[in-house]
Design a protein around this ligand. Structure first.
Ligand code: PAF
Length: 281
């Protein structure tokens, strides 16, 4: 496994592979890797001839009061795990390499970015779309793999790739959960033992909505109310949103007569967590 830090070298390596006819899979990450990330790498290894993983904690997607400076950075153990999985290249640029002095061009994210995370974290998707488009140019891969835990992010990237004719296939992969249901997240590392219990409130809220739906409750506002109540009673300190929406547009739905996506964002102590579940009527 080779570690690359320079954009032009990363481009040259991947371009060389592509010219030889190799399918190249790309897994963009911010490091602090967990089983969720590793499942993306495994999928890329199954689908493709070579796999590139990027590790870059992208400053432009964090708000001024968010956790950029304390975001976990575990480069050595990340690389060890990726080496064990047979990854070919890790691309780990510095902030100066990706955003040199004078950098001033940003991607205006698509409409699907406006609600939910877009409202709670102004500028977040502008930063995500910008860095992902840059990475797609630096790593001209065949396919890129993203987790469905960041459901709205996946939609934003899919729309961006379609709208801007980026020649890469975006593949969404299932959420990986702990045995008790907690969605794997790099931010779970922030949780104390008591907060870890309270963090389960997100999964409990989502599964409560699915159970109510299965028992005949199709009113989306009622399901949202149930998720809010479950979040608070099961330990969340503050809720940013708990909604039932159209899975493609994220617009609100009134009745769940076909699959809908339930999305929650809540704070447990100082940690903000998100999760989602496709509701099946
Ligand atoms: O999902 C993430 O880890 C990040 O948002 C991404 C896609 C690597 C962009 O920085």
């Amino acid at each position: 496994m080779r570690i690359l830090t320079c954009c032009s070298e990363a481009y040259a390596q991947v371009d060389h592979l592509r010219r030889q006819g190799a399918r190249v899979g790309f897994v963009p990450t911010m490091g602090a890797l967990h089983e969720g990330h590793l499942s993306l790498v495994r999928r890329s290894r199954e689908d493709c001839d070579a796999t590139v993983v990027s590790i870059f904690v992208n400053p432009t997607q964090f708000g001024p009061h968010e956790d950029f400076s304390r975001y976990p950075r575990t480069f050595e153990s990340d690389c060890a795990a990726l080496r064990d999985l047979g990854v070919d290249f890790v691309f780990a640029p510095s902030a100066e390499e990706l955003y040199p002095a004078g950098f001033s061009t940003y991607v205006q994210p698509p409409k699907v970015a406006e609600r939910l995370e877009g409202k709670c974290r102004p500028g977040h998707f502008r930063g995500v779309a910008t860095v992902v488009l840059k990475l797609f140019h630096i790593i001209p891969a065949t396919a890129a793999y993203f987790g469905q835990k960041d459901y709205q992010q996946l939609l934003v990237i899919q729309h961006m790739v379609d709208d801007l004719n980026v020649p890469i296939r975006v593949v969404g992969c299932p959420i990986v959960r702990e045995p008790d249901g907690l969605a794997m997240s790099s931010r779970n590392r922030y949780l104390s033992q008591a907060e870890r219990e309270a963090a389960l409130s997100l999964w409990k809220a989502l599964t409560a909505a699915q159970s109510a739906l299965s028992s005949g409750q199709r009113d989306a506002r009622e399901l949202e109310q149930l998720m809010q109540t479950t979040l608070y009673t099961q330990g969340a300190d503050r809720i940013d949103y708990a909604v039932v929406a159209d899975p493609a547009s994220l617009e609100p739905v009134s009745q769940v007569d076909r699959p809908a996506i339930a999305l929650v964002a809540a704070h447990v102590g100082k940690t903000r967590l998100i999760d989602n579940l496709l509701l099946q009527p």
